[in-house]
Design a protein around this ligand. Structure first.
Ligand SMILES: Nc1ncnc2c1ncn2[C@@H]1O[C@H](COP(=O)(O)OP(=O)(O)OP(=O)(O)O)[C@@H](O)[C@H]1O
Length: 240
């Protein structure tokens, strides 16, 4: 893994300490920071170190994950543990959630999801969205790399693009189209093409009429949903 050093940003290696936490592994580097798996005497956590250059350039953008996670408490969203800030370091510690991303499950492990499991997963994401939208928060990045699954429970991570809802710019429909796209990823895991003809998803997937309509409305092909409560109602109807 190549870690690009921003001037004066220190990248920590396994076994080094950041505050009271010991680095166990560098998970990855995004545009705004470095993500570590860390541990203390009791358990593991995720520590996100923000690049100081980015902090200076665009504090308005990078601060959202921290601010939004601080104000929520949900079993399927990483809890905000604490901020760590000193002269040469700015970061925060999040609760570690079990599981691996749907991206790894689908593309690396070739996991196939059946209907019933897709319904259970979909319902959990709708419940998380209900919690967020009721608190005026839109996630804006519900995708396979940002959702963890332990075989039973789904957790939603990466709140880097999350914002407080405002009718002009940050509206709920972006979460609905991402949810539609996410569900299609799951449906496609069991898809076996019969020929080489290019078809739209609603022509080639084996879906019921209600499911097609539900997905089309999520994705804005048919009349868009206005609220997560309507999404929940139709999802239950489509999956009964
Ligand atoms: N709370 C968590 N519990 C367990 N694993 C996590 C958690 N948060 C993040 N991860 C792991 O770290 C990876 C990177 O996390 P995340 O996407 O939040 O960071 P990021 O810096 O925004 O990365 P990117 O720029 O790639 O989106 C995730 O794919 C996941 O494997």
């Amino acid at each position: 893994m190549v870690i690009k050093l921003f001037y004066k940003d220190k990248v920590y290696s396994p076994n080094q300490k950041i505050g009271e936490y010991t680095v166990l592994k560098i998970i990855g580097e995004g545009r705004y920071g470095i993500c570590y798996l860390v541990g203390d005497v009791k358990r593991q956590y995720i520590l996100k170190q923000l690049k100081r250059g980015m902090l200076k350039k665009s504090w308005a953008k990078v601060g959202y994950e921290e601010k939004i996670l601080m104000g929520v408490k949900h079993d399927c969203i990483p809890g905000f543990i604490k901020k760590i800030e000193h002269e040469k370091f700015y970061g925060y510690v999040l609760e570690y959630k079990e599981g691996i991303t749907f991206e790894e499950l689908i593309f690396a492990e070739g996991r196939v999801f059946g209907r019933e499991e897709i319904y259970r997963i979909g319902m959990q994401i709708i419940n998380i969205l209900k919690y967020l939208h009721e608190r005026n928060i839109v996630h804006r990045d519900i995708r396979v790399p940002n959702t963890l699954y332990d075989g039973d429970k789904v957790s939603l991570i990466d709140f880097g693009l999350a914002r407080w809802i405002n009718q002009k710019r940050y509206t709920v429909d972006v979460d609905f189209s991402y949810l539609g796209d996410f569900l299609l990823h799951l449906y496609y895991t069991s898809f076996e093409p019969k020929d080489n003809k290019k078809k739209a998803w609603y022509e080639e997937l084996d879906l019921r009429h209600d499911e097609v309509l539900f997905l089309k409305r999520l994705m804005g092909i048919e009349k868009r949903y206005k609220s997560i409560h309507d999404v929940e109602r139709d999802f239950i109807k489509a999956t009964l």
